[in-house]
Design a protein around this ligand. Structure first.
Ligand code: ADP
Ligand code: MG
Length: 492
């Protein structure tokens, strides 16, 4: 719960009576403000509420004249333009009399004394290096106002371990993070793609954090948050202000692009992308696959992304996994000075936990937890027991739908676009069904996802194809061998 702060000094009057009256007013105002806040939160939803109303404080309440303050000019003008009438309305209803509300920008010093820092405070307030000039107001405001996702102070370039599979991505990310607002933009947009847990979010947050503490106006958002913010802005008819605010930043960082949903949101994202890039601002985007595989994405966005620099982060090899564990150990030892993991255990974990960085995190946390909670020494045997479920036995290769389509098309001497097309001749229908069947049995993709990636087909079409081929391979030995051969080729 945040505290509402009163500038009580201003309320202190000469006589005790007056003082008591003033205190009464402020107590009443505080109670009313709590009710107004609750109603606004219920009416507007948590996201909108926390974007605009969370940082409002009561500075003064004198009868029907109320003075509220916000930390920045940007917030003040936004609230004045979009929400002031609403606040006045709700307040008047709660107070059962008409009120006047004045909004002011509170000074940084007042704010510091008045309010202890909470976990929700923007990160750079706490971590900006001493001696550097503070970031201009937009860095915080834009970030809050546009629903920026929180930055994790642990995800920095320092804690990002370099290995063969991420050298290029890391170098490009550092280049982008270090360039100054006035520098010509080199790779724009920078698009980083990789499977889950390979460090995309880590790199993106490192970029955002570094650029922010260098004083650039940064917005880090997941694509979901972007979608949500835009939809909420439309609902509240603040879309224009939202777009303007969005375009007034120096560096836009969008994570998990594969989750960007909806035609209108995509169109808006495309405008934003174009506006920022044309204005020489940097855009960095991450997704779980290359732009060409983002089937749901608007063609214009895809081609704009493909026009920048695209880099892939590959799977973490054993050396890199070992180095990441070493880095985690060093971090853990700051908190738990007595904690140690023998090299043999590190090697064991690095060799056996092969999926991704998240599993490494999980494995490492288990070692600490088991050691701290049960006092068992960290040995290979203890590690074996505590991370058993994270150890994959001969992990199957990740097969891509695109490769399935290519290999099946090649085998049946049709083109991949035939497979994706709506043509229904037998020479195309059967290979298409086989490809869908392989996609279902060789990847973890859902039926709707597979349908989308086969030229936007319905999931029932995919299901039909899967059942059909399942039935046929049971009866037709030749077809069965054909399918098995395709499977082997894909697994090679
Ligand atoms: P993604 O966003 O690609 O799914 P994350 O960035 O969330 O992956 O990474 C998952 C975990 O693995 C995080 O804890 C991250 O810090 C760690 N990790 C991944 N790659 C590296 C690396 N090169 N150095 C240090 N930690 C890494
Ligand atoms: Mg991520």
């Amino acid at each position: 719960m945040e505290t509402v702060v009163f500038a009580t000094s201003e309320l202190v009057r000469e006589t005790t009576d007056e003082r008591a009256e003033a205190m009464d007013d402020s107590m009443r105002a505080r109670a009313i403000w709590e009710r107004v806040r609750r109603r606004l939160r219920a009416e507007l939803g948590e996201d909108v509420f926390s974007s605009w109303f969370k940082s409002i404080e009561i500075d003064q309440a004198d009868g029907s004249a109320i003075r509220l303050s916000v930390p920045t000019r940007f917030l003040k003008s936004w609230i004045e333009n979009h929400y002031k009438d609403k606040i006045i309305g709700r307040w008047s209803e709660e107070a059962e009399k008409p009120v006047e509300i004045e909004l002011t920008v509170r000074s940084a010093s007042v704010r510091q004394v008045a309010r202890p820092k909470t976990a929700e405070e923007p990160r750079q307030a706490a971590s900006a290096p001493v001696g550097r000039p503070a970031a201009p107001p937009m860095a915080t405001t834009g970030h809050e106002a546009l629903g920026g996702s929180p930055l994790d102070p642990r995800l920095t370039f320092d804690s990002f371990v370099q290995g063969r599979s991420n050298t290029l991505a890391r170098a490009a990310a550092m280049q982008v993070a270090q360039s100054r607002v006035t520098d010509p933009v080199l790779f724009n947009p920078l698009y980083i793609h990789a499977g889950v847990g390979l460090g995309k979010t880590h790199l993106l947050q490192a970029i955002a954090g570094a650029a922010q503490s260098a004083g650039r106006r940064v917005l880090y958002l997941t694509a979901e948050k972007f979608t949500f913010g835009f939809v909420a802005a439309l609902k509240n008819q603040t879309a224009i202000a939202f777009k303007e605010a969005l375009r007034s930043i120096d560096l836009l960082v969008i994570d998990d692009l594969q989750f960007l949903q909806g035609k209108q949101t995509q169109a808006e994202f495309c405008h934003t992308l174009n506006a920022l890039i044309d204005a020489g601002r940097q855009v960095v985007v991450a997704g779980d696959r290359p732009p060409s595989d983002l089937e749901n994405l608007d063609e214009r966005v895809r081609s704009r992304l493909a026009g920048g620099l695209t880099v892939e982060i590959g799977a973490l090899d054993e050396n890199l996994r070992f180095d990441i564990l070493k880095q985690k150990l060093a971090q853990a030892q700051v908190q738990h000075p007595g904690f140690d993991v023998p090299a043999a255990v590190m090697t064991y974990v690095a060799r056996n936990v092969t999926q991704n960085g998240r599993d490494l995190d999980g494995a490492f946390n288990r070692l600490i937890a088991t050691n701290r909670l049960t006092n068992q020494a960290v040995t290979v045997e203890m590690a074996e027991r505590s991370i058993r479920d994270l150890v994959r036995v001969a992990e199957p290769r990740r097969v891509k739908i695109e490769d399935i389509q290519k290999i099946v098309a090649q085998h049946y001497n049709v083109s991949r676009s035939d497979i994706l097309s709506s043509r229904r001749t037998a020479t195309v229908v059967r290979p298409r069904q086989i490809a869908m069947y392989l996609a279902k049995t060789m990847t973890l993709r859902s039926l709707p996802e597979i349908g989308r990636r086969f030229g936007g087909r319905d999931h029932t079409t995919v299901l039909h194809a899967v059942r059909k081929i399942e039935g046929l391979v049971g009866q037709d030995q030749a077809l069965n061998e054909e399918v098995e051969m395709l499977r082997r080729r894909l697994n090679d």
